[in-house]
Design a protein around this ligand. Structure first.
Ligand SMILES: CC(C)(COP(=O)(O)OP(=O)(O)OC[C@H]1O[C@@H](n2cnc3c(N)ncnc32)[C@H](O)[C@@H]1OP(=O)(O)O)[C@@H](O)C(=O)NCCC(=O)NCCS
Length: 161
């Protein structure tokens, strides 16, 4: 009985895998729900079919729960986006996606990974700093905020090669 109840209330593990062009709609929807500037399905499909872009996704059961995407240029990569569905956040999915992503990037010969993050985005900053990313520069007035204010972008870097 306890086993049955545990199964009923425990969320299934996430399955992580490479994203496919058919994931474009789900990625665009999650990106749109997560960021001020959305991506259209076509933009995402264009990225997913670009040979210099790699992306992984997380499924929980049949639900699309998260993704991460980077663009490669020689031995560097820039993380373009990472997002986890609101009802799946806080259970380590982004950390798992990031670890898998960095392994894939390293396997492709990438040695340095960069990204930009809003200075006020505490969950993302914690995610990246726990993974070994360090701030290398700061772009003031980069992200528009509600009420006409702006936030700085922190440029983070991690060497993986
Ligand atoms: C950032 C984001 C991807 C994290 O996803 P997640 O699956 O909830 O992250 P995890 O559960 O793997 O947690 C990663 C770290 O963030 C911390 N964290 C998660 N939610 C947090 C919150 N609301 N406040 C502070 N820290 C938080 C976790 O404690 C964990 O740190 P720890 O390992 O030191 O405990 C998610 O919040 C999201 O999709 N945000 C919207 C999109 C976004 O901002 N993307 C990043 C753009 S650069």
């Amino acid at each position: 009985m306890i086993g049955f109840l545990t199964k009923l209330f425990t969320r299934p593990d996430a399955a992580l895998s490479d994203a496919q062009p058919r994931d474009a709609g789900a990625i665009a929807a999650l990106h749109g729900a997560s960021f001020r500037r959305g991506w259209s399905d076509q933009e995402v499909e264009g990225l997913l079919t670009d040979r210099n872009v790699i992306a992984q996704r997380a499924l929980v059961g049949r639900t699309f729960a998260g993704f991460i995407m980077s663009r490669l240029a020689a031995d560097e990569a820039e993380i373009l986006s990472v997002a986890v569905a609101r009802n799946q956040q806080g259970r380590g999915l982004a950390r798992q996606l990031l670890e898998l992503h960095l392994r894939r990037l390293a396997g492709l010969g990438v040695r340095t990974v960069f990204l930009e993050v809003d200075e006020h985005n505490a969950p993302a900053i914690r995610l990246y700093s726990r993974s070994g990313f360090r701030e290398v520069s700061r772009r003031e007035n980069y992200y528009p905020q509600p009420g006409g204010q702006t936030a700085a972008a922190l440029v983070l870097r991690r060497d993986i090669g």
